[in-house]
Every structure is written in structure tokens, then in C-alpha cells.
Design a protein around this ligand. Structure first.
Ligand code: GLP
Length: 235
């Protein structure tokens, strides 16, 4: 793993955006894996800035997001569809048809998982996958478990994740209890991975990710086995 400790969150955002921009310059038709949560917000703001100043161009880019809440339609303000539109897609020249996020309201959720996994394959796989880090070490919505989940599937959220995400909803009752998430296997197939994390509530998870044993109880730890992973973190 290539590990970078940034001196500030601003520096982390810049470094992460530069890595993604570098990927886009090297391969204008890159397939990028995107993440949601508060961690990537600054990175997306930097990407928007790089786009506005003409350094990067999203015209040929394809994206696949990690996950979506089951039960939230794309117009729900807490859906990840809405998040991506608000925080990135509507502000750059990406083609809407090239952006992919699992549907949280598909009539057949299992079929939606299979369709999503196949769509990633049909696009040639992910060149660079951006990841945040859950407080309990989850990536995407792959929660601590006794095994590493392989493919895109419907997952149950843990109490700790529901509690962490309650801040975005009016009450804990409104936080969806399930999500569709790329599996650990899906994530590990990405040619390059970039994980960003910062803040006191991530300290323990970052420490375990960098120095702990590889275990499905700490889903992000599997990144230690990926040949091209960069971790950028800050206090
Ligand atoms: C959610 C998302 C993850 C994200 C995590 C951390 O559970 N599914 O992809 O990494 O939250 O979020 P935050 O960056 O807001 O701490």
C-alpha cells in the first residue's frame, strides 16, 4: 500500500483529486468508481475546480458508485443518486447515461445486484475506485462479517452505521436498514484503489487498516492485499 499522511483535510482533498485527475488525463475514457459520505465531498469540490479551470474533462468518463440505500428513490435527498448529482455530476460535463448507481427501488433487488455487477464488467472494469472508510472499517456498505462478501449484493447495515448515518436523516427510524453495495470482491477487482479517511472518529479504523491483521471483521483491511492501493489520511 502507498500510504500518505496529509497535514490537513485540505491537503488530503487536493492530493486525492490530483490522483483522480491524473487517471483521467492518462485515460480520458476511464471507468471511475465513486463513493459517497462526507469524506469525498472536498475531493469532489477539487475535481469540480479542476474541471472549471479546464484541466480535466469528464466527457468520456464512465462512473460506477459503490452503493445505494434500499427503498430510496433517486429524488430522495438522502439517496446516493441525489448526493452524486448535487455534489459532482450536475457540476461537470459527465454524460448522465455514463453514470451508474445501483437502484434502491428495483422491484427485484437481487436481479438489480446481478445487473450492476455485469454492467461493471461490460464497461471493462473499474480503473480507479475511490473509497471512504466507515467508523467500523466498512467500505462501500460491506460491514464487519465472518467472511468477505464477494459480489454486489443486498446488505444489512449495522447499528453503528445506522447511528453514524442518522445525522443525515430526521430520526434513526428513517435511516434505511439495508443497502445494495458492491462486494469486497467487486472492489478488489478495481485496477487501482484510493481510500481517503480523516477525523477522530476514524482514527481507530485507520490504524487497523494500516497495521492490523487482514480480517473480514475489519473489511477495509483486505486492501493490504491489493497491488495498487493508495491510502491518504489525515488527523
Ligand atoms: C457510508 C458509505 C461509505 C462511506 C461511509 C463513511 O456508510 N456507504 O461508502 O465511506 O459512510 O462516511 P463518511 O465519509 O461520511 O464518514
Amino acid at each position: 500500500m502507498n500510504v500518505i499522511k496529509a497535514k490537513s483535510v485540505e491537503e488530503l482533498n487536493k492530493k486525492a483529486a490530483v490522483m483522480i485527475a491524473g487517471q483521467m488525463l492518462e485515460k480520458p475514457d476511464s471507468v471511475l468508481g465513486f463513493a459517497t459520505g462526507s469524506s469525498p465531498l472536498g475531493t469532489y469540490a477539487e475535481l469540480i475546480r479542476l474541471y472549471q479551470e479546464g484541466t480535466i474533462d469528464f466527457r468520456q468518463v464512465t462512473t460506477f458508485n459503490l452503493d445505494e440505500y434500499v427503498g430510496l428513490g433517486q429524488d430522495h435527498p438522502q439517496s446516493y443518486h441525489y448526493f452524486m448529482k448535487e455534489n459532482l455530476f450536475s457540476k461537470v460535463n459527465i454524460k448522465a447515461e455514463n453514470t451508474h448507481i445501483p437502484s434502491g427501488v428495483a422491484a427485484d433487488a437481487q436481479a438489480e445486484c446481478r445487473r450492476y455487477e455485469e454492467a461493471i464488467g461490460a464497461a471493462g472494469g473499474v480503473d480507479l475506485q475511490l473509497l471512504g472508510l466507515g467508523r467500523n472499517g466498512h467500505i462501500g456498505f460491506n460491514e464487519p462479517d465472518s467472511i468477505f462478501g464477494k459480489e454486489t449484493s443486498v446488505v444489512k447495515l449495522t447499528e453503528s452505521t445506522i447511528e453514524a448515518n442518522t445525522r443525515f436523516f430526521e430520526s434513526p427510524r428513517e435511516v434505511p436498514k439495508e443497502a445494495i453495495s458492491m462486494g469486497i470482491g467487486t472492489i478488489m477487482k478495481a485496477r487501482k484503489i484510493l481510500l481517503i479517511a480523516y477525523g477522530a472518529d476514524k482514527k481507530e479504523a485507520i490504524e487497523k487498516l494500516l497495521n492490523g491483521e487482514v480480517s473480514p471483521q475489519m473489511p477495509a483491511s483486505i486492501l493490504q492485499l491489493h497491488p495498487q492501493t493508495t491510502i491518504i489520511y489525515a488527523d
